[in-house]
Design a protein around this ligand. Structure first.
Ligand code: KG4
Ligand code: ZN
Length: 312
């Protein structure tokens, strides 16, 4: 009914999220945002049946703010408290139904590529509350590859959307970056970051303006490499599991290169593809809400002594 986000521009000038500043901003924003969300939905606190919150994984200081707020709200209203796993919620974003809108939702089992800032995983969803991880990164996440390579080109944080924008004007075959060979359905991105670093270092020695002159082509080629690694494993996972009900989730699923490549692959292979609206790819409240809803239906509540966890 409403889905509000309070962004934190403060981190841009530091080139990454500063945990203490993030918690302080959460503390300052949480009451006004909850208040606005109710207003936008046109309901009052009495209309709320349960409160869902992010249990983790994430930055502990920020998680504590949300957890404390949710506990206080649940206690004051005497309603169920529901802790939600952030990564589960990214995938559950596919099941969001908006008021007065009709959209398709995946049938189960559903195979989802979860690509966020901190995680890159292949997940099979058996039912709304049970999932199996069938592939995982052995080092960096795809989002980190975007962010760290972007940092090397002096882009602001998060660099993913910036690279996406410049890539659309560049030649994706201009440069060749090697792809890792990792067995099975696992991923690796740290080698790409290192080879990108050495590549830039060598080229900058020859021409200090190399990045400025080749910005679009660098972004397009880098994006093409990351997207190629992701699609390759998704194809493999679909073949191994026999699942054709497929989707992507998490911040990197906003990437237009990934979306276009997937659409092509999907037509070729006869997948039933689910790509979330952009608003439900990067972190958002609606994905926590929909996961809380399914847990509510099953009576999976959290107790008041639940503690958030940086890693789950
Ligand atoms: O899921 P998310 O919002 O937060 C986490 O839970 O981590 O993901 C953030 C990540 C960042 O690494 C950011 O650079 C990346 O998503 N991202 C993108 C795009 N939009 C966000 N990466 C590539 N292309 C984009 N358009
Ligand atoms: Zn996220």
């Amino acid at each position: 009914m409403s889905n509000l986000i309070a962004g934190q521009d403060i981190h841009m000038s530091y080139g990454g999220v500063v945990p203490e500043l993030a918690s302080r901003a959460h503390q300052a924003n949480i009451v006004p945002v909850a208040d606005q969300a109710l207003k936008k939905a046109g309901i009052g606190v009495d209309d709320i049946d349960a409160v869902a919150f992010t249990l983790g994984p994430g930055l502990l200081g920020s998680l504590l703010v949300g957890t404390s707020f949710a506990k206080g709200f649940a206690l004051a209203r005497n309603i169920p408290l529901i802790g939600v796993n952030h990564l589960h919620a990214h995938i559950m974003a596919h099941f969001i139904l908006e008021k007065d809108k009709e959209n398709r939702v995946p049938e189960l089992p559903f195979l989802c590529l979860l690509v966020s800032g901190g995680h890159t995983r292949l997940v099979v969803m058996q039912n709304h509350l049970e999932m199996e991880i069938i592939g995982n990164t052995i080092d960096d996440a795809a989002g980190e590859a975007f962010d760290k390579c972007g940092k090397l080109m002096d882009f602001p944080y998060p660099a993913g959307p910036v690279i996406d924008k410049y890539a659309s004007e560049g030649n994706k075959k201009a440069f060749n970056f090697s792809k890792p060979s990792v067995k099975g359905l696992d991923f690796s991105f740290s080698g790409l970051k290192t080879s990108f670093l050495y590549f830039l270092r060598d080229r900058l020695k020859e021409d200090p303006e190399f990045i400025i002159k080749n910005r679009n082509d660098l972004c397009a080629s880098l994006q093409e490499t990351i997207v190629g690694i992701l699609i390759n494993k998704l194809v493999k996972a679909s073949q191994q599991t026999g699942i054709r009900e497929l989707g992507i989730a998490g911040g990197v699923s906003a990437n237009s290169g990934l979306r276009n490549a997937l659409a092509r692959e999907s037509t070729k292979r006869g997948w039933n593809l689910f790509v979330p609206p952009i608003a439900y790819t990067t972190d958002n409240a609606a994905m926590i809400g929909i996961t809380g809803y399914y847990k509510y239906l099953r009576g999976e509540y959290s107790s008041q002594d639940t503690a958030p966890q940086a890693r789950i």
